[in-house]
Ligand binder design. Structure first.
Ligand SMILES: *Cc1c(COP(=O)(O)O)cnc(C)c1O
Length: 224
């Protein structure tokens, strides 16, 4: 229990340290605590510390934990991010549960999300476009060279509020070139936010302009 809290505070310190040389070039990096595979009771420890931003990668798992957690913590203004792939038949459910969807990566999903929002005029949701920055066959995300066109379509033709871009660099390669490319693409599109960096590489992601990092293991410990 205490281990989670000390991990958490250590990460917060580390974030501020990594930002020291950026001179405020990007906005402060926010920590998404990735709570996938951890039970409600464990997550509640961080909520009690006042942490607000959490990430889950599966819609159904999130449904089983976060409807209750949000209801039980109404004062905490929790902001839940979907960071895993989204199937179009789960888009509506995802929008019922999540505040931010980081994995918009194809037309079919974008249309589904847009339709939901059109039908519920007062619902405000935010989105990231996931970019397949390593051009990997098995990975989701839009191709890098289609990202600009897709972004314009999502934000102009549809009315999705795209906050930024998200990526997962290829496993087992130095992530820096990919962080640099994603940040550059954000800047070209005038997007403030880059969601990149996980337990193993968030320090470097921050130094390369991440504004959201997604950290699970280094807060909650190893997943089974
Ligand atoms: C699980 C996951 C993370 C967190 O990974 P850790 O290595 O545990 O920090 C970040 N991003 C995505 C997309 C994930 O699925």
């Amino acid at each position: 229990m205490n281990k989670i809290l000390s991990n958490y505070h250590e990460i917060l310190k580390q974030i501020r340290f990594c930002e020291r040389n950026l001179d405020g070039k990007y906005c402060e990096t926010k920590l998404i605590a990735v709570s996938k595979q951890f039970p409600k009771e464990t997550i509640q420890i961080l909520i009690n510390q006042g942490h607000k931003i959490f990430g889950e990668n599966k819609v159904q798992e999130a449904q089983s934990k976060w409807i209750d957690l949000k209801r039980e913590n109404p004062e905490n203004k929790i902001e839940l991010h979907l960071i895993g792939p989204l199937q179009s038949n789960k888009a509506n459910l995802a929008l019922d549960i999540f505040d931010v969807i980081q994995t918009v990566d194809r037309e079919k999903i974008a249309l589904k999300l847009n339709k939901y929002l059109e039908e519920r005029a007062n619902t405000k949701k935010n989105f990231f476009i996931q970019v397949n920055i390593g051009d990997e066959k098995q990975k989701s995300g839009i191709e890098e060279n289609l990202a600009q066109q897709f972004f314009k379509w999502c934000s102009n033709d549809l009315k999705l509020n795209i906050m930024g871009l998200m990526c997962i660099p290829p496993f087992g390669e130095p992530p820096e070139p990919f962080f640099i490319r994603l940040r550059k693409l954000c800047d070209q599109l005038n997007l403030k936010h880059a969601s990149m960096g996980m337990s193993n590489d968030f320090e470097s992601a921050i130094e390369h302009g991440a504004t959201f990092i997604r950290v699970g293991t280094r807060i909650f410990g190893k997943r089974s």
